[in-house]
Design a protein around this ligand. Structure first.
Ligand code: NAD
Length: 499
């Protein structure tokens, strides 16, 4: 991988072949209606492709193919070792095509190429390999019955799983759903976000090459209100695995109740608190993590530490350090491997973030740094890392998920107050705290209402641990062996052994 050569990535981008067709029943096809939607690059606003815009008739075809494959048992009843081999091949193909996939992510949604190469792609490779390796090591259960009976509790695939995913980590979010769902033996229909369909369609090419049978894995790109809604309301989809905003998550609950009561797993929004106590063991490390925690991936991260709470005794000196590290993250061309912050995904998202910045100023927060759109001559969408000093929880920039590079910092004085401020949110996804006091680390981490707590670090993790939230951040967990439960049903079989 050429990690210091802008010209290399520009050249590769210019000659990249882009798949624009839906993948249904093992074939790449246009939408039945012939409709398309344009994929634009947020780097410079240029059109990348006209992507097949799937609607309900295309979703019907994909779900029917998925069901046929499931019932035929070409995947669902394969020996787990054979599914493992196939998913390992897919993992290897993703690694081999890592540069193309990374480029598609960067061109399509604006993330820095270095992040796509060093994080998104390797994590996706690892995710497929890990679930492949896990699936032939799962045992079922036998209940403690009397000697006249044998009761087995077995895990069965649920059937047809629809994965509906967002645009911030397109490939990785898809992998977190698809890999465990396929490993268990389900058929899958993936609906990528309309802002970032291209890596999902490349993934379909690789799945075909890896030998995943026709119909087992399908990709139906399209608008949320068309393809996404059709999956949500479909009478033959057994399970929706959703990652996206809380608003859309609620819609999927409604779709389920209006249709076949399909199970719905939701990974939704966040407004994660990051707490720094004055006994923090390393203030520079914490400040760097606070800056990276909100500005990496342009702040378009569900677990972004968007609320920073700093003990009053160190507030001024700590915020000066955060500002210093933020300064090193000013946005640039995401194809430049030295750039740490790229483009905002599209113009509406950029406008939304700028409107929140205006609201912050209007509602009385003090703008410490950033706050402006930059690089507009590029034709793309870029915003400076932005830091506000806040003195109230009631500001919209403190309460609402912005999904952009905007940090709302506040002082606190006591441990109790820090916990209360951190928990004062409709969301409960990530959270972080920095302290050298072991007792405090345990006390506070237990009381934070969040699915994830980082102590003396932020955003660290691994495929081995669950990922997800509480409150309106959703329920269900991606990653780890626990994710396999989302895509399995428990079946009890009672054998009468009586004489
Ligand atoms: P979104 O809710 O707008 O879209 C997510 C997906 O839902 C897309 O595929 C979209 O096409 C589809 N969709 C949109 N409207 C729909 C509708 N009416 N019916 C059916 N489907 C519809 O979210 P987004 O803007 O793509 O992503 C940002 C959000 O995702 C943020 O809130 C972020 O916090 C969240 N997110 C959460 C996690 C997590 O693990 N909890 C991870 C990444 C992103």
């Amino acid at each position: 991988m050429k990690l210091n050569d802008l010209a290399y990535w520009q050249e590769r981008a210019a000659s990249l072949s882009i798949q624009r067709l839906a993948y249904i029943d093992g074939r790449f096809v246009d939408a039945v209606s012939g409709a398309t939607f344009a994929a634009f690059s947020p780097i410079d606003g240029r059109k990348l492709a006209d992507v097949a815009a799937c609607q309900s008739e295309d979703v019907d075809l994909a779900v029917a193919a998925a069901r046929r494959a499931f019932e035929a048992g070409v995947w669902s009843r394969l020996h787990p070792r054979e599914r493992k081999q196939c998913l390992l091949r897919l993992s290897q193909l993703i690694a081999q095509h890592g540069e193309e996939l990374a480029l598609l992510e960067t061109l399509d949604m604006g993330k820095p190429i270095a992040d796509a190469v060093l994080y998104d792609v390797p994590e996706t490779v690892k995710c497929f390999a890990w679930y492949a390796e896990a699936i032939d090591k799962q045992y079922d259960e036998i209940a403690p019955t009397g000697e006249d009976a044998l009761a087995t509790i077995t895990r069965e695939p649920v059937g047809v799983v629809a994965a509906v995913v967002p645009w911030n980590y397109p490939l990785m979010m898809a992998a977190w759903k698809i890999a465990p769902a396929l490993a268990v033996g389900n058929s899958v229909v993936l609906k990528p976000a309309e802002q970032s369909s291209l890596s999902a369609l490349k993934l379909a090419e690789l799945a075909q090459q890896a030998g995943i049978p026709a119909g087992v894995f399908n990709v139906t790109p399209g608008l949320g209100a068309a393809a996404g809604k059709a999956l949500g309301l479909h009478m033959d989809v057994d399970c929706i695995a959703f990652t996206g905003s809380t608003l859309t998550g609620k819609r999927f609950m409604e779709y389920s109740s209006q249709s076949n009561l399909k199970r719905v797993w939701l990974e939704c929004g966040g407004k994660s608190p990051h707490i720094v106590f004055d006994d923090c063991p390393d203030l520079d490390k914490a400040a760097q993590a606070a800056a990276a925690g909100i500005f990496s991936n342009q702040g378009e991260v569900c677990i972004a530490g968007s609320r920073l709470y700093v003990q009053d005794t160190i507030y001024d000196s700590f915020m000066a350090r955060v500002q210093h590290f933020a300064g090193a993250m000013s946005p640039g061309d995401p194809l430049d491997p030295r750039v740490a912050m790229g483009a905002i995904v599209d113009e509406p998202q950029m406008r939304k973030v700028l409107a929140y910045i205006d609201a912050g100023v209007r509602e009385g927060a003090a703008l410490r740094s950033g706050g402006k759109q930059v690089r507009s001559a590029s034709g793309g969408y870029y915003i400076e890392p932005t830091i506000f000093d806040c003195s109230s929880q009631d500001l919209s920039i403190v309460r609402e998920e912005i999904f952009g590079p905007v940090l709302a910092a506040q002082k606190f004085s006591t441990e109790e107050q820090a916990i209360a401020l951190a928990n004062d949110s409709q969301y409960g996804l990530g959270s972080g705290l920095w302290t050298a006091n072991l007792g405090r680390a345990h006390r506070v981490s237990r009381r934070l209402r969040a699915g994830l707590v980082w102590v003396n670090c932020y955003m660290d993790g691994d495929i081995t641990v669950p990922f997800g939230g509480v409150k309106q951040s959703g329920f269900g967990r991606d990653k780890s062996l626990h994710a396999l439960d989302k895509y399995s049903d428990l079946k009890t079989t009672w054998f009468n052994l009586g004489s």
